[in-house]
Design a protein around this ligand. Structure first.
Ligand SMILES: NC(=O)c1ccc[n+]([C@@H]2O[C@H](COP(=O)([O-])OP(=O)(O)OC[C@H]3O[C@@H](n4cnc5c(N)ncnc54)[C@H](O)[C@@H]3O)[C@@H](O)[C@H]2O)c1
Length: 250
């Protein structure tokens, strides 16, 4: 299936590593020019350089997605380097876990800001360009945790919130051929989850409870995002695609 991504320009936030990096590579392999946006400037540069070495079109921009001035610079560099923007993947995010009684205000603010404010600022920055060209794709990375996970009140609330953002924007901008969808991954083996305390036990429990008995890979998410970002998904909007090995239904 030709995804029609040749000559499209994509911004992927949090793309220095993990799901974001896999998504950036997948979009670029389909012919897109991809901006690797990440607060980890060194990691972003390394990811972009590795992609360029493989003949892919990539450019790194360092910045904090929760800071409006950084997002403005991200947009300016994207336009200067690649001349437009067609696809935004709001992927930057992280958990700060703890039961509510232990959760600090900082844990709350950090998680809600990176997931919700980051997606808000980036979407607001790209939207005028997508409206003007009468074509756009926004894919927001939610999580199966939007259903509610104990010890993740902040993360669950933010990942549910991003589904609300997805639906609202899909209703606002559909008339411009702009689709807005979410992907809700299950347990995907990235450095983020490998850094969790009790990682080995969590992994074993997750695999036992997953109908397709393995953990997810970053490429599982990259494939779903690439489809939703493509020409082929032009009549799909406001949806949340669960990529959980069947665990969503169990
Ligand atoms: N790995 C999983 O099991 C899983 C499951 C469901 C959802 N997700 C979501 O997928 C996304 C990617 O997760 P991952 O596992 O690849 O994580 P990761 O930690 O490997 O990658 C996240 C990237 O985001 C960047 N980042 C963090 N804060 C930022 C900021 N303020 N501005 C810009 N960049 C920032 C980090 O530097 C990092 O490169 C996250 O939104 C996460 O919540 C992951």
């Amino acid at each position: 299936m030709d995804l029609g991504l040749e000559n499209k320009v994509a911004i992927v936030t949090g793309a220095a590593r993990g799901i974001g990096a896999a998504t950036a590579r997948r979009l670029a392999a389909e012919g897109a020019s991809v901006v690797i946006a990440d607060i980890n400037g060194e990691g972003a540069a390394a990811t972009a350089a590795a992609m360029q070495a493989d003949g892919l079109k990539a450019h790194a921009v360092a910045g904090d997605i929760t800071v409006a001035a950084d997002v403005d610079r991200l947009m300016a560099e994207t336009l200067e380097r690649f001349g437009g923007v067609h696809i935004l993947v709001n992927n930057a995010g992280f958990p700060r876990d703890g039961r509510l009684t232990k959760l600090t205000e900082t844990d709350w603010d950090l998680v809600v800001d990176v997931i919700l404010k980051g997606a808000f600022l980036a979407s607001k920055a790209v939207m005028p360009h997508m409206i003007e060209q009468r074509w756009g794709r926004i894919v927001n990375i939610s999580s199966r945790a939007h259903l509610g996970n104990p010890g993740q009140a902040n993360y669950s609330a933010a990942k549910a919130g991003i589904i609300g953002l997805t639906r609202a924007l899909s209703l606002e901008e559909g008339r411009y051929e702009i689709t807005v969808n979410a992907v809700a991954p299950g347990f995907i083996e990235t450095e983020m989850v490998q850094e969790l305390p009790h990682y080995a036990q969590i992994k074993e429990r997750v695999v036992r409870g997953t109908p397709i008995p393995r953990v997810g890979r970053p490429d599982d998410i990259a494939d779903a995002v690439a489809f939703l970002a493509s020409e082929r998904a032009g009549f799909i909007s406001g949806e949340t695609l669960h990529v959980t090995g069947g665990r969503y239904a169990s």
